[in-house]
Design a protein around this ligand. Structure first.
Ligand SMILES: [Ca+2]
Length: 414
């Protein structure tokens, strides 16, 4: 196993070196000291987790790679208030959520609609509000969509999943129904999650954050915090879930031991759910959550706590707990991602594009199966926190920039 990894790693380093030589434009020359036959990793700062070792070669700081295709960016719309998620309609229009509780459509003419009526009340505070949005596989016929939001509750707030029918001409949502409520609610609004993606079987994967102070709940199965859940379009636990029928375990749970996953997507190559989660100081992770498995938080993690102290016992490995496929230390603060497919950037095919908030870039991860074999930082020149990343039907990459004056930015070859 280790030999195979080492060979892949070396091969990637060689190809990265070749790529760089062909580029010959100096792009990315500031990405760190080159070493041997390949480029050094894009991250050159020391890790926060002093003395921590990756569990396998290539688990962090993959060799730096450089795109040969030069790109350009243009602002599609600006003036958005904390935009959180972007979703393409079948006709090429876009839906965009704003965290304070607004849903809008961006037309083919790049014009921003008035807010769509009918969005339920959201707890728009700290990291919470209206969050992600996904389309039903039969949207073209049934106009049904799903969304996640932080729902105000007597005990504080909790992530909920809504379903509705979009009446585009009427500028409103019809048949709005809350199909799932994550339990328990809580008063603090940090680490809420949440992303929703539709699996190939039509069931919904939803990521639920650990709610920060409640992080230990990520390790117990009697609640939804720090979990991936899998539900039917009606909100019921999906058939085949790993804890169906287990006493004391919630039947909607798919995987557990997660911190705050603000990125989720189905990989077109394997049809599987992939997620990226925020670490504390260090320890952002790429995972491909398997049913019933424990992803370790807060027992194992890379990096350290915000206080500078270790998280728990400061260990990074434990029997029965899964290792991330890849991790970043220091953090990029990941939110929103997409697997690239499309005609405009053939060299990015199958790559994972992950938005970085604190990182202020899009991390392009080159994959070989579940191994990350190369990393590039795109869009650093925007100097913006990136909240979401999507690929349009035209093959262009679209990103949302975060905060008060957020934008939708289109990325196309130059
Ligand atoms: Ca983990």
């Amino acid at each position: 196993m280790r030999l195979t990894v080492a060979v892949l790693f070396a091969a990637a380093a060689l190809s990265a070196g070749a790529c760089h030589a062909r580029t010959a434009d100096g792009a990315g020359s500031g990405n760190g000291a080159g070493s041997g036959s390949g480029d050094g990793p894009v991250e050159t700062r020391p890790p926060e987790g002093n003395g921590q070792k990756p569990a396998f070669a290539g688990q962090t700081r993959a060799p730096g790679v450089h795109s040969k295709t030069a790109y350009q960016t243009s602002v599609v719309v600006g003036g958005l208030d904390h935009p959180w998620a972007l979703q393409f309609l079948p006709d090429g229009k876009m839906l965009v959520t704003e965290r304070p509780g607004r849903l809008r459509i961006i037309g083919a003419d790049d014009k921003l609609s008035a807010p769509i009526a009918g969005v339920p009340a959201v707890e728009a505070k700290a990291q919470g509000g209206l969050q992600d949005i996904a389309l039903d596989p039969n949207f073209a016929k049934n106009h049904t969509l799903y969304f996640t939001y932080l729902e105000p509750r007597a005990e504080g707030s909790g992530i909920a999943v809504g379903r509705a029918v979009l009446d585009e001409a009427g500028g409103k949502l019809d048949a709005v129904k809350t199909i799932f409520r994550a339990e328990p609610g809580y008063t603090d609004d940090k680490n809420v999650g949440s992303r929703v993606v539709v699996g190939r079987d039509g069931n919904l994967f939803v990521t639920i954050g650990d709610r920060f102070e409640l992080k230990d709940k990520a390790q117990t199965l009697d609640n939804d915090l720090g979990k991936v859940i899998r539900i039917t379009p009606e909100g019921a636990p999906a058939k085949g879930n790993p804890f169906l029928g287990r006493k004391g375990a919630r039947p909607e749970i798919w995987s557990y031991g997660h911190r705050n996953q603000e990125s989720a997507a189905i990989n077109p190559a394997d049809g599987r759910l992939w997620t990226v989660e925020h670490g504390a100081r260090g320890g952002d992770e790429v995972n491909r959550p398997d049913p019933g498995k424990n992803y370790g938080w807060p027992v194992i993690t890379y990096g350290i706590d915000y206080s500078g102290m270790p998280v728990g016992q400061g260990i990074t490995q434990h029997a029965g707990m899964e290792q991330p496929l890849y991790y970043w230390d220091p953090v990029i603060a990941p939110s929103g991602m997409a697997f690239y497919e499309g005609p405009l950037f053939p060299e990015w095919k199958g790559n994972l594009l992950v938005g970085g908030l604190r990182g202020q870039h899009v991390a392009r991860l080159v994959l070989n199966g579940t191994k990350v074999v190369g990393e590039e930082r795109l869009l650093t020149e925007l100097k913006k926190r990136i909240r979401d990343v999507r690929v349009g039907p035209d093959g262009a990459v679209y990103v949302l920039t975060d905060e008060k004056d957020g934008s939708v930015v289109r990325v196309t070859p130059r």
